[in-house]
Design a protein around this ligand. Structure first.
Ligand code: ATP
Ligand code: MG
Ligand code: MG
Ligand code: MG
Length: 475
């Protein structure tokens, strides 16, 4: 059986053999790109090459890129633990052509790697193309020999890829694998129709042709290029014959570590399984983000990290941990991935310290916050109501450090929702109050920055981040 480490290596070797330069992963903090929260795809570090603003001594590249999809345009935080295929942190395998080869070779390489190198069964593979992309459709049908009924034409949502609201983009073609009848989600289950795990999207081949500007217009790139991305965890699951990324060698090892620490067995109880998956995933995101220089905080990237860590801390509590444990699981992640990502080894102690410190701070208020929330739920239930009032959400946020999406996640299982408008009103009131306090303080002369902070409502430790809407998008 090929391990995840071996598959990563095989991928890079295959593309090196075909004239690609192996380029190391870039940091999760995008270099010089304020439009992007975290690195979310292999192509990010090559953005300027696609735009023609930079040239290098190679026209073909390949990489295994660290990615985080939480907050921002691509946000998979809510999916984690629930689908078998989404992570906050994952590795994206990719091959790139900067004005060199285009659709034909990109499709051939992808197909050959999957069917010859990874030996996936051709009869289980499906492909999709952008609805009016006859060129890609014809290559798949006439040159590769995929049956017409296995090639779907899909719309912009699935088959037009963009890194963010601006930047390089283009139509794409995706390779999927049918994981079998037993994975069917219902009578309407089909590729492009439902979003379940039966038709697993493995690889996205993007035909980079345009640059989108801030006003939405598309202008052609200097040279058509290729950007592809395949999740290492997904291809590993398929190659290892398991139906979930969490059953692959690398993630299962983290879960085994959690089982050991918790004294519980994975597979015994669905709720506990979800918690173990969330902790496994979030431990990876936490370790890699901190190693790349993000710190938990009340704003921007740091607040997304904090939300990830607090979700993990809550799941740890559900598993029965009352003491910090994420610093242990994050350490395990670093130990097991440091060969592929040497930066983890250098920063191991530092990361563990940061994690433990953040956990200790949150554990103090987590239990009390949960008690209040549960009391509220009981009261509402007895009245037949299902919406958590805005002032409770605000109190949890302001006094107990519960990010709003954490509260939403906790109550969702009991079919409760949050009064978002009410929460916003409370936030606004707090900002108002802060403004008034400033006016009365006679310290108008103090630096504008401090004043602005007060206006944003930074009145205590846990007060949230103004530039971050409650449900995850960081503006
Ligand atoms: P999905 O439709 O499953 O959410 P996507 O279309 O958003 O995936 P792309 O942006 O096309 O994904 O990224 C390229 C590849 O990266 C995907 O085909 C998949 O293999 C992998 N990938 C994307 N998102 C995730 C994730 N959250 N966790 C793990 N792998 C992912
Ligand atoms: Mg997605
Ligand atoms: Mg998709
Ligand atoms: Mg895709």
């Amino acid at each position: 059986m090929l391990t995840a480490n071996e598959i990563r290596a095989r991928f890079i070797q295959y593309f090196e053999k075909h004239g690609h330069r192996a380029v190391p992963s870039s940091s999760l903090i995008p270099h010089n790109d304020p439009t992007l929260l975290f690195t979310n795809a292999g192509m990010n570090q090559f953005k300027d090459l696609f735009l023609g603003a930079e040239t290098r001594d190679y026209k073909r590249a390949t990489s295994a890129q660290k990615c985080v999809r939480a907050g921002g345009k691509h946000n998979d935080l809510e999916n984690v633990g629930r689908t078998a295929r989404h992570h906050t942190f994952f590795e994206m395998l990719g091959n790139f052509s900067f004005g060199d080869y285009f659709k034909q070779d990109a499709i051939r390489f992808g197909w050959e790697f999957l069917t010859k190198e990874m030996k996936l069964p051709v009869e289980d593979l499906w492909v999709s193309v952008f609805e009016d992309d006859d060129e890609a459709f014809n290559i798949w049908r006439d040159e590769i020999g995929v049956r017409e009924e296995r090639i779907l034409r899909l719309g912009e949502k699935d088959n037009f890829w963009a890194m963010g609201d601006t930047g390089p983009c283009g139509p794409c073609s995706e390779i999927h694998i049918d994981q079998g009848e037993e994975m069917t989600c219902g009578p309407d289950c089909a590729l492009g129709v439902c979003d379940c795990d039966r038709f697993l999207e493995l690889w996205n081949l993007v035909f980079m042709q345009y640059e989108r500007s801030a006003d939405g217009t598309l202008s052609p790139l200097p040279k058509p290029s290729i950007d592809t991305g395949m999740g290492l965890e997904r291809i590993t699951a398929v190659v290892q014959g398991v139906k979930s990324n969490y059953d692959t060698d690398s993630l299962r090892a983290i879960i085994a570590h959690i089982e050991q620490l918790a004294g519980k067995t994975y597979g015994d109880n669905e709720d506990a399984d979800v918690s173990m998956r969330v902790i496994a995933d979030h431990s990876r995101a936490t370790a890699f983000l901190i190693a790349d220089g993000v710190l938990p905080s009340n704003e921007g990237r740091g607040y997304v990290l904090r939300r990830i860590m607090r979700r993990a801390a809550r799941h740890a509590k559900m598993l029965g941990f009352d003491e910090p444990v994420l610093f242990k699981t994050a350490t395990f992640v670093m130990e097991s991935m440091k060969d592929a990502y040497p930066e983890l080894e250098e920063r191991l102690d530092y990361v563990a310290k940061v994690v433990k410190n953040e956990e200790e701070r949150f554990i103090q208020t987590l239990g009390n916050g949960l008690r209040i929330l549960n009391e509220e739920i009981d009261t509402l239930k007895s009245k037949g109501q299902t919406v958590i009032p805005g002032d409770t959400v605000f109190r949890l946020y302001d006094t107990f450090g519960f990010p709003v999406d954490l509260t939403a996640d906790i109550v969702e299982g009991q079919n409760f929702t949050l009064d978002e408008a009410g929460f916003e009103t409370c936030m606004e009131q707090q900002r108002q109050k802060a403004r008034e306090n400033w006016k009365g303080s006679g310290e108008e002369g103090i630096g504008a920055v401090y004043k602005q902070l007060a206006e944003q409502g930074m009145s205590c430790e846990f007060t949230g981040y103004d530039k971050c809407d409650d449900f995850g998008t960081v503006l």
